[in-house]
Structure formats: structure tokens, C-alpha cells
Ligand binder design. Structure first.
Ligand SMILES: C[S@@+](CC[C@H](N)C(=O)[O-])C[C@H]1O[C@@H](n2cnc3c(N)ncnc32)[C@H](O)[C@@H]1O
Length: 228
């Protein structure tokens, strides 16, 4: 095991333990359709990891955001936004006439994001507190909702997908970025990865169809879905 891989494994173990400490002892939940083990929520205590300098090399976020097809004036959502690493990059592309909702269930993440927005004078991102099974987004309002390393943490994935579906415009797209479970060389713990088979099995019954899959990012699937 090389040192980068070891560091990632130790980090994710730490984050898992912090999550368990924050949210109480939990028996791992299993997705009722796919049998996937649902990962614990990453604690805000590990928020620094989201802003690590190596992330550009590991995930190519600049390339990922460019592939979203965002246009000025769009209304979009970074769901499970954390510190807003992706939201701030998306905000540049939708411009002043557009809007990015940055939703998270951890108030501490939203505090970190709000401080960042004030410091940078960013006005087109709205932090929004979500719930375990509810985005709290306005109905049929979103051109695109992206989940970056988030879907596998949803404790109520079916309910969340129903809420996401309601928030999307009929023409809107849902984009998942998930570490590739099929690739043993991606140095991430198994419950923080997803396979395309799992994505299809879990999202198809909730009324989403895969439009395209891009596997051009270093470690992640980039999966574009539409409402069926
Ligand atoms: C691994 S972090 C990724 C953060 C961010 N997307 C990024 O890539 O920098 C996962 C985030 O998803 C959030 N999350 C988990 N379940 C959620 C839910 N049901 N609704 C909204 N956010 C959620 C967590 O609080 C956490 O901030």
C-alpha cells in the first residue's frame, strides 16, 4: 500500500469515527434495493480535508465543473455542499443573474460556507439547511443538482431522491460524482464508493434514467441523470 493510499484510508477511518461520535452509535444501514452499505455522514470536524490542495489532482474539479454545461442565469444546487468547494466554482459559471443553492444537513458546514462567502464577497450562493430526507429547495426550481461524494451518505436515499425529483425542473439534470467502486486502485474505503450497477438499481425505481456516464475524471464516475 503506498503512502497516499494509507493516508486516505486513515483519514476516512477518522472521519467515519468522528461521524459516529457526532451522530451516535449506529449499525450500518443497508439500501433495501441494492444491498449497499450506506456510509456514515462525514463530520464537519473533517472539513479541512474537503479543501486539501491535492484535490485538484485527485478529482479534477475544474474539469468536472466545466463538463456540467452550466450557463449564465441558471439556477442550480450543490447538494451536500460541505464547505462549498464545488458551489463557488459553479457560481462563477452561472454568473450574477444565476443562483447556486448550497444545501447541507450540518449547520457547521453552512457556517464555514457563509464565512467563506462573506470573505470573498460572493452574492449568488444561497446556503440552505436541508434535512435527512428533504432538500428544502423550492419545487421545480433547479436546472441542475449535483451531489459530489454525497449520495452514498444519504441515510434515507429513497426519500431524498423523491425530494430531489420534486425540486428539479422537468428539463433539469441530476449529476452524481462518486468514487468508482469497480476500480480497486481508487484509494477510498468501499462504503464511500459506488458502482454503476448500484446507481442504476437505486435510482431507476425512483424515476431517474442515466443519460450519460463520463469516466474521464481520475477517480470518480460522473453520472448524468434525467427524470424519466
Ligand atoms: C463527503 S462530504 C462532500 C462535501 C462536498 N460535496 C464536497 O465534495 O466538497 C458530504 C456532505 O454531504 C452532506 N450530507 C449528507 N447527507 C445529506 C443530506 N441528506 N442532505 C444534505 N447534505 C447531506 C454532509 O453533511 C457533508 O457535508
Amino acid at each position: 500500500m503506498n503512502s497516499l493510499r494509507l493516508q486516505m484510508q486513515i483519514y476516512l477511518l477518522l472521519v467515519t469515527l468522528l461521524g459516529v461520535a457526532a451522530y451516535g452509535q449506529r449499525v450500518p444501514a443497508i439500501h433495501p434495493v441494492s444491498g449497499r452499505v450506506i456510509a456514515p455522514v462525514m463530520s464537519a470536524a473533517g472539513a479541512d480535508w474537503l479543501e486539501r490542495a491535492e484535490r485538484e489532482n485527485e478529482e479534477s474539479p475544474t474539469k468536472a465543473v466545466a463538463l456540467l454545461g452550466l450557463k449564465p442565469g441558471m439556477t442550480v444546487c450543490d447538494l451536500g455542499a460541505g464547505t462549498g468547494y464545488y458551489a463557488v466554482r459553479m457560481a462563477r459559471l452561472v454568473g450574477a443573474e444565476g443562483k447556486v443553492y448550497a444545501v447541507d444537513i450540518q449547520p457547521r458546514m453552512l457556517d464555514l460556507l457563509s464565512k467563506r462567502l462573506s470573505a470573498a464577497g460572493i452574492k449568488n450562493i444561497e446556503p440552505l439547511l436541508g434535512a435527512e430526507s428533504e432538500t428544502n429547495l423550492p419545487p421545480e426550481s433547479q436546472d441542475l443538482i449535483i451531489l459530489v461524494d454525497v449520495y452514498h451518505e444519504f441515510s434515507k436515499p429513497q426519500e431524498m431522491l423523491r425530494s430531489i425529483r420534486k425540486a428539479l425542473k422537468d428539463t433539469g439534470r441530476l449529476v452524481l460524482l462518486e468514487f468508482r467502486k469497480e476500480d480497486g486502485n481508487v484509494p477510498i474505503r468501499l462504503e464511500h464508493k459506488m458502482s454503476l450497477t448500484e446507481v442504476k438499481a437505486e435510482l431507476d425505481p425512483e424515476g431517474f434514467q442515466i443519460e450519460k456516464v463520463l469516466d474521464t475524471l481520475p477517480w470518480q464516475h460522473m453520472i448524468f441523470l434525467r427524470k424519466k
